[in-house]
Design a protein around this ligand. Structure first.
Ligand SMILES: [Mg+2]
Length: 387
């Protein structure tokens, strides 16, 4: 089989209301409306001479047309190659820009979308889900957590958490860290939810890098008393010494890795034992080809893998489900239940691939084992939001 064409499309959905940052963000008053003013993605479509087309998603949080242009610039590397040669292709793409400072960021997000589309092609050609090609389905049914309860005042936050339990979730993530000076409110909201939901529900806490080390220690010690399962991104991802301090002072497992790229980016945080749970995003960290290496690297440190999906679109979510089903070290899957805007749903998450690719029951997803990623694009949504 040969690749005959590669195209990328960028989709943008303006959010009508002036958005306040729904998670921790520096200078949130100024930057929130820009970062969270649109739902965005870039999709990669790869055609072959056998009529099989694959689709992938590049993670996008700003400037989706930047990843689109990178994918188009990489077309000459791809056309004529066998889509099964994912390792060969990945190293070509990475090698091209590695020594020019582009070993992460937009460039790796573009490479990720390309790689996901190649695996989709292989799965479709074999008539098997990508998970089967990744080495076999280790977990046909896997646990999931509801992401996320965001702090919107005590009553509303508690009501949101209860709603997830009523839906059947057994694990819930709570976002904190938006106002680090009021970190006592963060502790209190987790305490309130724990008190109301009891000990049967797993709680995770995600600060999105909102704290300094001292505050993270203070919060982390309280979270330990509340039996929180993990403390995610307590501090800035560049502060490796800070993570070292947290590991010395806290007993609670630290989760992280959503901001990192490739096995090289994960190497330091894993080998220095800075995190206890690794959370790569397949549409950012390098696609399936790289994420299974990250999983292997993490497994050498007995660090489990919990895919990050965040506010990504349906293709990234489908790809992440394939990893959750395939990886023996898969811990729990992030099931996004909240969009940035309370009043305007994200059609790129909810309607881009209309048929569900997994069935939810009693806190678990069971993968519907269709070929490739198992998704069919809703072309009306693609057309409606292409820029
Ligand atoms: Mg997170």
């Amino acid at each position: 089989m040969k690749i005959t064409d590669v195209t990328a499309v960028s989709l943008v959905v303006p959010i009508q209301e002036r958005m306040k940052a729904p998670i921790s963000l520096p200078y949130a008053d100024e930057l929130g409306p820009i970062v969270f003013g649109q739902y965005r993605t870039t999709l990669v479509r790869i055609k072959t001479d056998e009529g099989i087309e694959g689709v992938g998603e590049c993670m996008v949080r700003l400037a989706p047309t930047a990843t689109r242009e990178i994918v188009h610039a990489l077309r000459p590397v791809l056309v004529g190659k066998d889509p099964y040669d994912v390792e060969v292709i990945w190293e070509r793409l990475y090698g091209m820009m590695m020594n020019r400072g582009h070993d992460k960021g937009f460039y790796l997000e573009a490479v990720s979308g390309i790689d996901i589309a190649l695996w989709d092609i292989m799965g479709k050609a074999e008539g098997k889900p990508v998970a089967a090609l990744l080495g076999g389905i280790a977990n046909a049914t896997f646990p999931v957590y509801a992401s996320s309860v965001r702090f919107r005042g005590f009553e509303q936050t508690l009501a949101d958490a209860k709603k997830f339990v009523e839906k059947g979730y057994r694990a819930i993530k709570i976002k904190v860290g938006q106002n680090p000076r009021r970190f006592v409110d963060d502790i209190e909201v987790v305490r309130t939810i724990r008190g109301e939901l009891g000990s049967d529900i797993d709680l995770m806490v995600d600060a999105n890098c909102g704290y300094d080390v001292g505050t993270a220690v203070a919060v982390g010690r309280k979270l330990e008393e509340l039996d929180v399962r993990w403390f995610e991104e307590p501090i800035a991802p560049d502060d490796l010494q800070g993570y070292e301090l947290l590991q010395r002072k806290l007993d609670i497992p630290i989760a992280g890795g959503e901001t990192q790229f490739s096995r090289f980016g994960m190497r330091d945080i894993l080998s220095r034992r800075l995190i206890d749970i690794v959370q790569p995003n397949v549409s950012r960290a390098g696609g399936f080809t790289e994420c299974r290496k990250i999983a292997a690297l993490a497994s050498a440190f007995h660090v489990p893998y919990a895919p990050h999906t965040g506010s990504s679109s349906a293709i990234c979510i489908a790809a992440s489900m394939q990893l959750a089903a395939a990886l023996p070290t898969s811990l729990i899957f992030e099931s996004m239940e909240s969009d940035w805007s309370k009043t305007q749903e994200n059609p790129l998450r909810q309607r881009l691939a209309p048929a569900p690719i997994a069935t939810f029951s009693d806190g678990n997803f069971t993968l519907d084992q269709r070929p490739g990623l198992g998704v069919t694009l809703n072309e009306e949504i693609v057309a409606a939001y292409t820029v």
